[in-house]
Design a protein around this ligand. Structure first.
Ligand SMILES: [Zn+2]
Length: 244
């Protein structure tokens, strides 16, 4: 005789369960399609909260592609020359057939820090590397000088000129990273601002200490991060150790 505590053994195969599961899957797919369709409706998309808009974009592009797209939007500064085009071609390279809608860029979060090189996410390294090899664009960092205003006239009218884009290698604590950099030019006085110095009428100046940049220039094409520079060149901690 079965006690009231004896569990009834579930049947191995239950057609009712399967039917219910199919119905649930169908509803889930319909919901995803419905969310994805909102991504094409700009007015509807703008009225959503950021979190809900991102849910629509994730349904539209697929979770994996959207995750990488969000990463690229943070990884490449808004001011970087041809930024949206670069994101598009990297996405197309990593997810063939994935065409990014221009209107979706304004919904994505952007980084306020120019130190995006340090925003390291190893889960995307293999994709960045493949894109770099295929497109010939060093993708591990898109670097701009970390300033808000012109160092010469304090104007905030700075722009990044596409003819200032060059490729560099940055040695970080995690190893060398092929990157792309650009300079900022002042619209008012014409001063050029690089990663580690700025130029006014042909004269070059270093940034003041309170605006110390996070990179140290080793040559035209080679930079080291400030922590690597500390480790290799100043080594305060090592010298302190040997003093005892
Ligand atoms: Zn200026």
């Amino acid at each position: 005789m079965n006690s009231p505590h004896t569990k009834k053994r579930k049947r191995y195969y239950d057609f009712d369960d399967e039917k219910h599961l199919c119905q649930q899957n169908g509803k889930a797919e319909d919901a995803i399609q419905s969310l994805a369709s909102i991504a094409n409706d700009q007015c509807a998309l703008r009225q959503l909260s950021r979190a809900h808009a991102h849910l629509c974009l994730a349904s539209f592009y697929g979770q994996e592609a959207f995750s990488f797209l969000k990463f690229l939007a943070m990884h490449i500064p808004v001011e970087f020359p041809n930024r949206n085009h670069t994101i598009k071609i990297i996405m197309e390279q990593c997810f063939p057939g994935c065409a990014i809608n221009d209107s979706h860029f304004c919904i994505l979060d952007t980084s306020t820090s120019k130190e995006n090189l340090l925003m390291h996410d190893s889960s995307h390294d293999s994709r960045l590397w493949e894109a770099a090899k295929s497109l010939g664009i060093p993708c591990f960092g898109f670097l701009l000088p970390d300033i808000e205003e012109c160092m010469n006239c304090h104007s905030r009218k700075l722009y990044s000129a596409s003819n200032s884009v060059t490729t560099i290698t940055v040695h970080t604590i995690r190893g060398p990273r092929p990157c792309t950099k650009a300079s900022l030019r002042c619209r008012d006085c014409g001063a050029w601002h690089g990663l580690t110095s700025y130029t006014v009428s042909g004269l070059k100046f270093l940034y003041p200490h309170n605006l110390c940049q996070f990179l140290v220039r080793a040559s035209n094409r080679v930079y080291v991060t400030s922590d690597v520079h500390e480790l290799l060149c100043q080594s305060r901690y090592v010298h302190k150790y040997y003093e005892y």
